[in-house]
Design a binder for this molecule. Structure first.
Ligand SMILES: [Zn+2]
Length: 558
């Protein structure tokens, strides 16, 4: 006995057997029984929802020897021949393989001739959106004046690619994606008919992975029958698909949120040992974050949810709304990256590392407006530079500072990644009182924040080291790499903003090879690990630009 795959064996043979398209079936049956038959039908919907199956049942209804009815007999010669794909008046065309106008013309040439044995000559054109323009024109001509004995049944996944002229001549039916429950119930129905042992979790998994497509679900079931030697077993299907239980994805998210590095490493190793499908894993993470977000923002639980409701609720309390959005962005970036990286595992793990080590910008960049706060900080020799938090309020440069609780002495650590221009123009008088007599290189970082310089003068200021402050002359050293900024205009800006003109101070600028400037300090403070990370991972800098992301220094140090 030859084994017939379930997908074919149980292809619906009448309208009653069609799963989940009640709205379409109802409309078609009513049309047939009330003798209101259009000459062209268009069935749309995603793959595997039953477009061509429905069209074939309709073909039977129209040509059954028992008469046109919403319930074809299924046993007469015509019904049998249609079932076996042998009926001469049902012409099935796959538009994907027939796009030339000549093909279409020869196909439609015979339209005018009466059917051989049926009442109707039926053209079933699948993936009709693949037709070329000239093929559509040929089709349109026929649709404009169709002979009485011809019916067109068109099917497509992409109706928007059809010319409006064709669309407007068809009666359109949109088939819905099937829910997980509809798919699951149908699978169970078939398995019980076949007396095949199964477990519920296996059915759930197949229904979920099939993603709304009954055809995919049936073919997965056939595969798993072959794989599991005649029974449907969860662990075997999971191994076959390389999927993991959803609880592992939930746990991973929890570890990430809790910054539990040991937990994350364990999970990653486990995924590796299980040879999971990393693409599937990223997609699972995406849908987990999506479902958490729905619950958080819209108080909505997804129908046929992939995840345990209690877990979703717990996670939606644990992970903040902002974190969910941020993690989602990172996972989407990783999914995007998969196109370019041969190794899916790397993409997945990099996404997890980014979720651990980066956090989204806090919007500090928006607070770059000049602030009078702290402007009275007449700096004295022993006064430390401003703390990290006060710099955030004052200075645009501070939006690159790490968000960790650094103390003031090592707060100027990250390089200028994203430069925000202060809003003050050159003509604005800065509201800064600076005691020039005590100005030294240590105090420069704090003063720099107060100066509200912009553009080239700001860059110059960042590349300065105060090497001497003596006899009312302040000498700045500029490193050679920043020589380009050392022009008269920039120097004048710095003089103006330090109110040198109102005092009896002079500023001198000299070139030097080694300079302990703010820019230099920032570069040095980049830990080796950060540098390495940026080198191996161009996406890091993309993230920093796109999302105002920061490297969280102390997390990388672990
Ligand atoms: Zn029949």
């Amino acid at each position: 006995m030859t084994y017939q795959v379930l997908a074919r064996k149980y292809r619906p043979q009448n309208f009653q057997e069609i799963v989940g398209q009640e709205h379409v079936v109802q409309a078609l049956v009513n049309g047939i029984e009330n003798d209101r038959l259009h000459h062209a039908f268009l069935f749309t919907g995603t793959r595997g929802v039953g477009k061509t199956t429905l069209a074939r049942v309709l073909a039977k209804s129209l040509n059954c020897l028992e008469g046109i009815s919403g319930n074809p007999c299924g046993v007469c010669q015509h019904c049998q021949e249609i079932k076996n794909g042998e009926f001469i008046d049902l012409i099935e065309v796959d538009a994907a393989s027939r796009t030339g106008v000549d093909d279409t013309r020869s196909l439609l040439e015979n339209v005018q001739y009466a059917p051989n044995k049926g009442k109707f000559k039926i053209y079933l054109i699948d993936e009709v959106h693949m037709f070329s323009k000239s093929s559509f024109n040929a089709l349109l001509k026929t649709l404009e004046e169709p002979p009485e004995h011809v019916k067109f049944l068109l099917a497509t996944t992409e109706p928007d690619k059809l010319p409006v002229t064709v669309l407007s001549r068809c009666l359109q039916f949109n088939l819905k994606r099937l829910t997980q429950k509809q798919i699951g119930d149908h699978l169970i129905h078939l398995l019980e008919k076949e007396s095949v042992p199964y477990d519920d979790k296996a059915i759930q998994l197949i229904s979920r992975v099939a993603d709304g497509s009954m055809r995919d679900a049936l073919s997965l079931m056939d595969q798993s029958l072959a794989f599991g030697a005649g029974k449907i077993n969860f662990d075997e299907i999971r191994a076959m698909l390389g999927t993991v239980e959803q609880s592992h994805v939930e746990e991973l998210l929890k570890f990430i949120q809790q910054n539990n590095h040991v937990g994350v490493v364990d999970k990653l190793e486990w995924f590796h040992d299980m040879s999971v499908d990393y693409l599937q894993l990223l997609e699972d993470m995406c849908s987990l974050l999506h479902e958490i977000s729905l619950l958080q923002s819209l108080k909505k639980v997804v129908g046929g949810s992939n995840f345990e409701l209690s877990e979703l609720k717990a996670l939606s309390q644990l992970v903040s709304v902002e974190q969910v959005q941020w993690y989602y962005q990172l996972v989407v970036v990783a999914l995007e990256q998969l196109k370019f990286t041969p190794n899916k595992k790397v993409s997945f793990e990099m996404a997890v590392i980014r979720m651990l080590d980066f956090e989204q910008g806090t919007g500090a960049i928006q607070s770059a407006a000049p602030s009078n706060q702290g402007s009275t900080s007449a700096l004295t020799q022993d006064k430390p530079v401003a703390t990290a938090s006060s710099q955030v309020e004052q200075a645009p440069v501070s939006n690159q500072y790490p968000t960790s609780n650094n103390n003031s002495s090592d707060s100027v650590v990250t390089p200028a990644i994203q430069e925000a221009e202060p809003r003050m123009t050159i003509d604005d008088k800065p509201q800064v009182q600076i005691d020039l007599s005590t100005l030294n290189n240590q105090a420069w970082a704090g003063v720099f924040g107060d100066l509200q310089l912009k553009g080239g003068s700001r860059e110059l200021a960042r590349h300065l080291e105060i090497i001497e402050n003596k006899n009312n002359v302040i000498t700045f050293a500029v490193d050679h790499s920043a020589e380009i900024f050392l022009n008269e205009k920039a120097q004048q800006s710095i003089r103006n903003s330090l109110l040198v003109e109102d005092s009896n101070y002079q500023l001198k600028f000299i070139l030097k090879s080694e300079v302990n400037s703010l820019a230099q300090q920032a570069n040095k403070a980049l830990s080796e690990k950060e540098e390495m990370m940026q080198q191996v991972d161009p996406v890091v800098s993309d993230l920093q630009h796109q999302f105002d992301a920061k490297i969280i220094e102390n997390k990388l140090g672990d």
